[in-house]
Design a protein around this ligand. Structure first.
Ligand code: UDP
Length: 314
């Protein structure tokens, strides 16, 4: 059994990762300031003996007693709505937060994992995106606070590896969905499902021809852990290469929730990437990882979770 420190462990992906590790009998300390995460997300683990919650901002120094085997830096607001609401928090989570987490990993002699993103590829002009692609980010655009914070984070981790002997892993997380996404976070899946369950039309931004490739959260957690335990120290994409147009995603959710529903058009956000699809050749080769939960099954589980949540709050 090992001890893990997870920043952002009360967030969407972080809480699923935390829950899996605690269920496997590991000790997990979560550092989270709850700016976008919630204690509710930790409901299944909060009373477990091996679990500890430190309500703390990862961009300010924090202390963890005793040995730590793995430090995972996941903390950051991550939705395009957050890019507008929490720009400075995002910049600091990727910069100060990464420095502090790297220092802690060095101090504890722990392996370090940085949660990076497909956003490092920006609005890609290479398709699908493999790890060797250097990206197309507009450095002063509205998405830059997130894209550049994560790029800076990767550079920080690489420097700690090169000059300070940090033992790093870098996962580039593509669009991920599942239970515990915040209904109000503005992303496509929580928006469409919340709208559909409320009997409202689904808001398609622009012509809806832009594409995304959606990975179910349990597959993402499996990919992150396989990378963490592997010997591979360069960035690895984890995501589902099954690429769909936004209009197709809307149709799928409408067919699951209520076939009578319609879509309405809203303006396309500035710099919205036109196409996104991971090349996961590396993850397949190095980690033996692949997608196991298809969109139909994953959306079914996600819709069920949103339904239960609404029922419980009435
Ligand atoms: N989108 C949409 N309607 C919504 C929310 C999102 O059409 O209510 C589109 C958005 O323009 C983008 C895609 O869905 O093309 C994915 O957006 P999301 O905010 O989930 O994440 P992104 O991949 O852009 O970071």
């Amino acid at each position: 059994m090992a001890k893990y420190l997870i920043t952002g462990g009360a967030g969407f992906i972080g809480s699923h990762l935390t829950e899996r590790l605690v269920n496997e009998g590991h000790d997990v300390v979560v550092v989270d300031n709850l700016v976008t995460g919630s204690v509710e997300n930790l409901g299944n683990v909060i009373k477990e003996p091996g679990f500890e919650f430190l309500e703390s901002d990862c961009t300010e120094p924090y202390e963890v007693a005793g040995p730590v085997d793995y430090v995972l830096h996941l903390a950051s607001p991550a939705s395009p709505v957050d890019f507008r609401k929490l720009p400075f928090e995002i910049l600091k989570a990727g910069s100060d937060g990464t420095f502090i987490a790297c220092e802690l990993a060095l101090e504890k002699g722990a392996r370090f994992l940085f949660a990076s993103t497909s956003e490092v590829y920006g609005d890609p002009d290479v398709h699908p995106q493999s790890e060797s692609y250097r990206g197309n980010v507009k450095t002063t655009g509205p998405r830059a606070v997130y894209d550049e914070a994560k790029r800076f984070g990767e550079a920080t981790v690489a420097a700690y590896q090169r000059y300070r002997n940090l033992d790093p892993r870098i996962v580039r997380i593509f669009n991920t969905y599942g239970p515990r996404m915040r209904p109000g976070d503005g992303r496509i899946i929580p928006n469409f499902i919340s709208q559909a369950l409320a009997g409202e039309p689904l808001t398609v931004y622009g012509d809806g021809d832009q594409t995304r490739s959606l990975c179910y959260v349990s597959d993402m957690v499996e990919g992150i852990l396989r990378l963490l335990y592997s010997d591979y120290t360069r960035p690895v994409n984890i995501g589902n290469p099954d690429e769909l147009k936004v209009t197709e995603i809307a149709k799928l959710i409408i067919s699951k929730v209520n076939p009578e529903l319609e879509t309405i058009t809203e303006p396309l956000p500035e710099d919205d990437p036109k196409r996104r699809r991971p090349d996961i050749t590396l993850a397949r080769q190095v980690l033996g990882w692949d997608v196991t939960v298809g969109l139909d099954e994953g959306l079914g589980k996600t819709v069920a979770w949103f339904r239960e949540r609404i029922a419980a709050s009435v």
